[in-house]
Design a protein around this ligand. Structure first.
Ligand code: MRU
Length: 309
């Protein structure tokens, strides 16, 4: 597993041989991004099966507890648990299928979403929704990639994404490799760019989407949606169907992860806040469905009122 905590400064590959190590890697965000978390958890169950566990309930529950917001995690785990005989071979084959299907879904999301991108658009995105966050290509960043390859997209504004800087560290790393023109921006620069007419389209990923289109995603996504509404800019969510949770009527029941205060008080291991500084650090927020112009999945472009089933 490529350790996303230290990218792009270092390229460190972790060798994980026990499901508990996969749980810890998900919890500590060595791997992150909803689809990548699901795929990793599936391989975690394969490791548990390899260790001779024929029941997998304990490993399933341990992996499920690693991060609460992304529904892809329990979706992938429960897909494995539905296998009739939980042999190592069967679990590994299902994990591989989940990974390959995710890659195919992302390419389809790119194809489905690219026509929504206005010609020669400047596109704003948040967090990292690319190859690192998925099996490959990406969801929101998949739309960026496909639109760019079709000659539609002119330039990307990539929000730094405090506090873990997935935009500044990871999305910038991916966009540089693809040669897609972009600038990283402080999260707080989005409003004035929109006011200046320099943003034509906003696209974000999701960790869980309720039946009414309420969408949980990286903290700060909601404020971008409010800003987009104010400035009359389309705000689109891109996600595979494994991110849909139609059992939830709205986003109020989506569990929002609170993470350690040190993510805010420390930068790259250096304490920047005063000792004793109280911190509130939610990892996600929920964008109300009425602020979402469209939701793009591998099945197509969805508009309110949504019918995901
Ligand atoms: O805390 P993270 O980095 O796992 O959060 C990731 C996001 O919020 C992504 O936008 C979401 O998981 C979709 S990734 C294709």
């Amino acid at each position: 597993m490529l350790d996303q905590r230290v990218l792009p400064r270092k390229e460190v590959w972790l060798e994980l041989s026990q499901w508990e190590q996969v749980r810890d890697a998900i919890r500590d965000m060595a791997v992150r991004g909803a689809p990548a978390i699901g795929v990793s958890a599936a391989y975690g169950l394969a490791l548990a099966a390899q260790q001779g566990d024929h029941d997998l309930t304990n490993a399933r529950n341990g992996l499920a507890s690693a991060r609460p917001t992304a529904v892809n995690l329990v979706w992938a785990l429960d897909r494995i648990m539905a296998i009739h005989e939980l042999t190592f071979d069967a679990v590994l084959a299902e994990a591989r299928a989940i990974e390959q299907e995710d890659l195919a879904m992302n390419h389809q999301i790119g194809l489905n979403g690219a026509p929504l991108v206005p010609d020669q658009a400047q596109v704003l995105t948040v967090c990292n929704t690319g190859s690192l966050a998925t099996s490959g290509h990406g969801t929101a960043l998949g739309i960026v990639r496909t639109a760019y390859s079709q000659g539609r997209l002119k330039h990307v504004w990539s929000c730094e994404t405090r506090p873990r800087l997935q935009g500044l560290r990871l999305t910038a790393w991916e966009l540089l490799q693809d040669g897609i023109p972009f600038h990283s921006i402080a999260d707080s620069a989005a409003a004035s760019l929109m006011r200046a007419g320099k943003v034509d389209f906003v696209v974000a990923g999701a960790d869980r989407i309720a039946a009414n289109g309420d969408s949980a995603n990286k903290i700060g996504t909601y404020s971008l949606a409010v800003l987009a509404k104010h400035h009359g800019i389309p705000f689109v969510i891109a996600a595979p169907s494994s991110t849909l949770d139609p059992a939830l009527t709205d986003g109020s029941a989506i569990p929002i992860e609170e993470r350690d205060a040190s993510e805010l008080t420390d930068i790259e291991g250096v304490r920047v806040a005063p000792e004793g500084c109280p911190v509130y650090n939610p990892g996600f927020d929920v964008t109300p469905g009425e602020l979402v112009t469209a939701i793009v999945t591998e099945r197509g472009i969805h508009h309110a009122p949504y019918n995901f089933s």
